[in-house]
Unconditional design. Structure first.
Length: 77
């Protein structure tokens, strides 16, 4: 079980690293037009809310699945 958590943690760190480098601008004055338009219209908050909801749903599902698998493993032993 610890190996699984270690593996997920390593993948998480790699993804965070990739996302951070993807956010860097080559020039300080460069602003993405899509983000500015969505922020001005207020749609960016809807996009963020949907993404957070999906991620929490997946996390909730995985935690419940881990609990069920743990119970089944205890029954088999």
């Amino acid at each position: 079980m610890k190996k699984t958590y270690y593996w997920f943690f390593c993948v998480y760190l790699l993804l965070v690293n990739t996302i951070c480098f993807g956010q860097m601008n080559t020039e300080a004055d460069e602003v993405p037009q899509m983000a500015t338009g969505m922020r001005a219209d207020g749609k960016i908050y809807v996009v963020i809310a949907v993404l957070v909801t999906i991620l929490f749903g997946i996390l909730f599902y995985l935690v419940n699945l881990d609990k069920k698998i743990g119970r089944l493993e205890k029954e088999v032993r």
